[in-house]
Design a protein around this ligand. Structure first.
Ligand SMILES: *Cc1c(COP(=O)(O)O)cnc(C)c1O
Length: 429
C-alpha cells in the first residue's frame, strides 16, 4: 500500500505558486522519477519525517553533509551556544583561524585555505585562481562531473543537468563555453589528445576524484595518477573537487584515501556540518595569488560566518578525533552492497553496484559503469520504479540514477537489513 502523502501534495501545489517549480534546487522536484516531492518537517539520526508524519531511512543525508546523522547533538549545541554572540560580523574572528588550522591538519596539500558559502563558489573561485595563476583561459572537465552551477562548469555536467537531460543551457554564452573542454571520465587518452591540441592554453584540469554526480563512479586504477603526471608535465593546475568526497572518504578526503595529490582542492557539504559552507585551498605558491595577497579577486559578505564555522568546526573535529568513523561507514556500506547483491542477483534485470567508501549507487546496467555514457545507457526507467518502491516503504534514496547514495553513521545494522529486505521485495514483483 502506498504511503499517504496528502500534506506533501498540498504543499507542492502551494509551493509552485511562489517558488519556480516549487523547489529551491531542481533535483528536489522529482521530475525525473515522477510523482510529488516529499516535504520534510524534521529529522534525527538516520530518520527523516515528512509533513504527513511518515518516516524514512535517509540515504541522501542532505546530499552528504549529515555524515553523522541528522541533528547531530554536538553541532546543534555548538550553534545554540554561538548564536547569542551575533550571527555575523563581516570582520575576522579567531574561530576562522581554528577552522583553517583544523582543515590543514586533516587535508593533505593545503597550505592556505579560503572559506566560502557553497561548493559552487569554491569551484568557481578555484578555477578563477588557476586561470589567474597560469595566465591561461581553457580548462578540462569530465562528462558527467558536476562542479556547481557557475557558467563555465555547466557543460556536460552531471547531477540535475544530466537528470533533466539538458544539453545546452540558455543564459550561458558561447564565449564562456568555448573555454570549457570536456573528456569522458576514466579515459586518459582523451585528456592527452585535448592537451596536445591545446598546447600551453590549459589552466586547469578539474575532476571529482570519485565521481558522485552520475551515480557513484570510482576512478580506474592509475587514472588520477595519469592526470597528475599530465599536469606536472604541462604546468596545468590539478583541481580535485572534493565537495562530495572531502572529509567523507577519509579525514583527508580522496587525496588521502587514493594517495594522489592535487594542487588545489575544493570542499563543501560535510565541511559545513549542514550550514552553507565551502572552501578552496592548496599550495601556497598558487593560493598567494588570491586577494588581498595577490590580484585574483574573490570575496564574500558571509564567508567565515561564525555560526557556519562553529557547525563545520564541530563536525570536522568529531571526524578528526574519531578515525574509527571511517571504518564504520565503510563497513556499513559494504554490508549494504553485499546485501543488495544477494537480492538483485536472482533477478532478470542486469545491474551494477559501484561503491567506494561510503558512496554507493545502483545502475541497472548490463555492463560496468565507468563513465557518463555507461550511466546514461543504463535502464534508468527501472531505477525510477525502484526509487518509488523504496520511498513507499520508507526508504529515501536520491530521486535520480545520476546521484550517489550517502551513508551516515546513524544508519544502523537493522536499518540496512530493512533496506535490503525492501529492495528484495521490488524484485520479487
Ligand atoms: C554538490 C557539489 C557541488 C556544488 O556544491 P553546492 O554547495 O551545491 O554549490 C560541487 N561539486 C561537487 C562534486 C558536488 O557534489
Amino acid at each position: 500500500m502506498a504511503t499517504q502523502r496528502t500534506t506533501s501534495t498540498a504543499l507542492f501545489d502551494r509551493a509552485q505558486l511562489s517558488i519556480p517549480g516549487g523547489v529551491n534546487s531542481p533535483v528536489r522536484a522529482f521530475k525525473s522519477v515522477g510523482g510529488i516531492p516529499v516535504f520534510m518537517k524534521k529529522a534525527k539520526g538516520a530518520y527523516m519525517y515528512d509533513a504527513d508524519g511518515n518516516s524514512y531511512i535517509d540515504y541522501i543525508n542532505s546530499w552528504g553533509p549529515m555524515i553523522l546523522g541528522h541533528a547531530f547533538e554536538p553541532v546543534v549545541k555548538a550553534i545554540q551556544e554561538k548564536a547569542p554572540d551575533s550571527m555575523s560580523f563581516g570582520a575576522p574572528t579567531e574561530l576562522e583561524i581554528e577552522m583553517a588550522e583544523l582543515i590543514k591538519s586533516m587535508a593533505p596539500n593545503v597550505d592556505l585555505v579560503r572559506m566560502v558559502s557553497s561548493g559552487t563558489e569554491a569551484c568557481m573561485s578555484a578555477l578563477r585562481l588557476a586561470r589567474g595563476y597560469t595566465g591561461r583561459n581553457k580548462f578540462i572537465k569530465f562528462e558527467g562531473c558536476y562542479h556547481g552551477h557557475a557558467d563555465a562548469f555547466l557543460v556536460k555536467a552531471g547531477s540535475g543537468v544530466a537528470t533533466f537531460n539538458i544539453q545546452t543551457i540558455p543564459g550561458i554564452t558561447a564565449g564562456v563555453s568555448m573555454d570549457t573542454l570536456t573528456a569522458p571520465y576514466n579515459n586518459i587518452d582523451a585528456v592527452n589528445q585535448l592537451v596536445a591540441a591545446n598546447k600551453g592554453e590549459i589552466a586547469a584540469i578539474i575532476i571529482e576524484p570519485v565521481a558522485g554526480n552520475m551515480g557513484c563512479i570510482p576512478p580506474a586504477p592509475g587514472y588520477l595518477e595519469g592526470l597528475r603526471a599530465i599536469c606536472d608535465a604541462e604546468g596545468i593546475v590539478l583541481i580535485f573537487d572534493e565537495v562530495m568526497t572531502g572529509f567523507r572518504l577519509a579525514a583527508g578526503g580522496a587525496q588521502e584515501r587514493l594517495g594522489v595529490n592535487a594542487d588545489l582542492v575544493t570542499y563543501g557539504k560535510v565541511i559545513g556540518g549542514g550550514m552553507p559552507v565551502g572552501a578552496f585551498g592548496g599550495k601556497k605558491e598558487i593560493m598567494q595569488h588570491i586577494a588581498p595577497l595577490g590580484n585574483v579577486y574573490q570575496a564574500g559578505t558571509l564567508s567565515g560566518n561564525p555560526i557556519a564555522m562553529i557547525a563545520g568546526y564541530t563536525m570536522l573535529k568529531t571526524l578528526k578525533d574519531n578515525p574509527s568513523i571511517y571504518k564504520e561507514l565503510e563497513d556499513k556500506t559494504a554490508t549494504l552492497h553485499k546485501g543488495l547483491d544477494e537480492v538483485l542477483k536472482n533477478v532478470n534485470s542486469p545491474y551494477t553496484i559501484n561503491r567506494l567508501g561510503s558512496m554507493i549507487s545502483v545502475h541497472f546496467s548490463e555492463k560496468p559503469v565507468t563513465n557518463f555514457t555507461d550511466a546514461a545507457e543504463a535502464n534508468n526507467a527501472l531505477f525510477n520504479q525502484f526509487f518509488h518502491h523504496m520511498l513507499n516503504e520508507g526508504i529515501y534514496l536520491p530521486p535520480s540514477a545520476y546521484e550517489t547514495w550517502f551513508i551516515s553513521t546513524a544508519i544502523s545494522a537493522s536499518d540496512i537489513d530493512r533496506t535490503i529486505e525492501v529492495a528484495g521485495k521490488f524484485f520479487k514483483n
